[in-house]
Ligand binder design. Structure first.
Ligand SMILES: Nc1ncnc2c1ncn2[C@@H]1O[C@H](COP(=O)(O)OP(=O)(O)OP(=O)(O)O)[C@@H](O)[C@H]1O
Ligand SMILES: [Mg+2]
Length: 270
């Protein structure tokens, strides 16, 4: 159930031998074991993660919190396949990311992960529609016509059906982040990762974007996000606290499932 039917068939077979494990139903979707990450610049090294064990099951919604510099971005970058650990294993959907080469990781990431950053990182010269189309074009998904239809569906799911032709500079911060969310969902990722996805928005706007993450999660996407805002962390069902490169707390919030309908896009409603 963790593999989508439209995963490019060549993805797994293209990977180096020994990389692919056997996904089992009971296996967590994300599993970090003994993960250490040391950054080196010249003779100076810094241990950003000092032995992290973390499992996330398919369908979970997990908030990662902790002080600035505690290692949150380092942690989610390992799960997203943006970076690799210095030691330890990172397994996502039965695939060992820590032993993959750069190119394989890039292919894997494009097909499996949607990422939303604090500063949106939209292409400034492209419209909302073209920004949303970009990942599908890079992945060569479907026909041009079907890609455009899918991008419009995604933009209407985030409430921007009347803004599709606007450039990022012609959109508010909250609207730009909703485009970033539509773009992150464009290849129907297994996991949506947000690194302070609403960190650049005022609290009210942040709280208007967040229900979309909840809806995506309700529709089956595993969501992992970093936040400084404990109010937003409480919207997840599980909060993982990182301090000084270690996971120091990991617990349920007691948050009930939201009374929102399934993400409109997933229901196929334009
Ligand atoms: N490329 C790098 N080279 C050297 N040190 C780094 C590098 N990236 C991060 N660090 C250090 O590793 C530690 C963890 O960084 P990380 O970005 O994971 O923190 P964070 O918890 O995301 O912080 P913030 O809340 O400020 O975003 C920090 O002390 C940071 O200075
Ligand atoms: Mg960070």
């Amino acid at each position: 159930m963790t593999s989508s039917p439209d995963t490019p068939a060549k993805l797994v077979s293209d990977l180096a031998p020994g990389v692919v494990g056997t996904p089992l139903a009971a296996t967590p979707l994300v599993s970090l074991a003994g993960v250490e990450k040391t950054y080196r610049s010249g003779k100076v090294s810094f241990e950003a993660l000092k032995g992290v064990d973390l499992d996330v099951a398919a369908g979970e919604m997990v908030a990662i919190v902790g002080a600035s510099g505690s290692g949150k971005t380092t942690l989610v970058n390992l799960i997203a396949g943006i970076d690799r650990p210095t030691s330890g294993t990172v397994t996502v959907d039965g695939i060992r990311l820590d032993v993959m080469g750069e190119e394989d990781l890039a292919v894997w990431r494009r097909a499996r992960v949607g990422i939303v950053f604090q500063f949106f990182q939209l292409m400034p010269t492209l419209s909302a529609l073209d920004n949303t189309l970009l990942p599908m074009e890079l992945a060569g998904r479907g026909s041009r016509r079907s890609r455009r239809a899918e991008a419009r569906l995604l933009l209407s799911a985030v409430g921007l059906e009347d803004r599709t032709d606007r450039l990022p500079a012609e959109l508010s911060g909250g609207e730009q982040q909703r485009v970033a969310l539509a773009r992150a969902m464009a290849c129907r990722p297994l996991i949506l990762i947000g690194d302070e996805p609403t960190g650049n928005l005022d609290t009210e706007t942040a709280r208007s974007v967040f229900p979309l993450l909840r809806e995506l999660n309700e529709a089956g996407t595993t969501v992992i996000y970093v936040t400084h805002d404990l109010g937003l962390a409480a919207l997840a069902r599980r909060v993982v606290t990182v301090r000084d490169g270690r996971v120091v707390a990991d617990g349920a919030t007691g948050q009930a499932p939201p009374p929102t309908p399934a993400f409109a896009y997933e229901k196929g409603r334009p």
